[in-house]
Write a protein that binds this ligand. Structure first.
Ligand SMILES: C[S@@+](CC[C@H](N)C(=O)[O-])C[C@H]1O[C@@H](n2cnc3c(N)ncnc32)[C@H](O)[C@@H]1O
Length: 209
């Protein structure tokens, strides 16, 4: 498994952990300028820990859907190029604006990821990657409607939360249904469950088809 350029395993008090270089955001330890990336607080961090080949590279243009207060997208902006961060809840977006102040390549957008037409004039097309963690019903539909921003060989790297789709259905059945829908617009390259970091979440790496 290859980590994107700009993401490394570093030692923190004798423990090896993922890290990126940048200003700290959520009280994480920093050693020699490297910030520890906590997979318990980040689906993408857990996805890298799970060993999935995400296809993400240093300098990538990224559309991040479901940025919340910026925990994960801050790490993404540390290694990526232009990073557009979509979040529709005003409160976390306020924190996200603070995170973006220190990062000239991070562009927060207070927008609904189900309505890409409302930010299509701001976000460049031909991006290298969509990273998605929206934890809402219709996660495959969000991925499909944002596919237009990716170039043909781009990557979708998402975390699907079973309980956001249906609290009663078995997670395996939810994942099958979401993947089936995702295949309307993507080829699924790999998947992995995110336990022990996140219960009932499936990481998905896909490319437009
Ligand atoms: C699990 S949290 C994201 C955590 C974040 N990705 C991180 O690791 O730092 C999910 C976020 O998705 C946002 N969200 C859900 N539906 C959305 C939508 N349609 N458009 C934009 N944001 C959405 C929620 O407001 C919430 O902040």
């Amino acid at each position: 498994m290859s980590l994107p350029d700009g993401v490394q395993r570093r030692e923190f008090q004798g423990e090896s952990a993922l890290a990126t270089r940048g200003d700290p955001v959520y009280g994480e330890p920093v050693v020699d300028g490297w910030r520890r990336w906590d997979p318990h607080r980040s689906k993408l961090g857990a996805t890298l820990e799970a060993g999935l080949e995400t296809g993400l590279s240093g300098g990538d243009g990224v559309l991040y859907l479901g940025a919340a207060s910026g925990t994960t997208v801050s790490h993404v902006a540390d290694f990526a190029g232009p990073t557009y961060a979509v979040e529709f809840a005003p409160r976390p977006t306020r924190d996200l604006l603070g995170v973006a102040e220190d990062r000239g390549n991070l562009f927060p957008l207070l927008k609904d990821a189900r309505r890409p037409e409302t930010y299509a004039h701001v976000v460049e097309s031909g991006l290298d990657a969509i990273v998605q963690d929206v934890a809402t019903r219709g996660q495959a539909d969000v991925a499909l409607s944002n596919r237009e921003f990716l170039h043909d060989d781009g990557r979708f790297v998402g975390a699907i939360k079973a309980r956001s789709e249906d609290v009663t259905e078995a997670p395996e059945d939810v994942f099958e249904r979401v993947l089936d829908r995702l295949r309307d617009g993507y080829e699924v390259l790999d998947t992995a469950r995110l336990e022990p970091y996140h219960d009932d979440h499936l990481a998905v790496v896909a490319t437009p088809r």
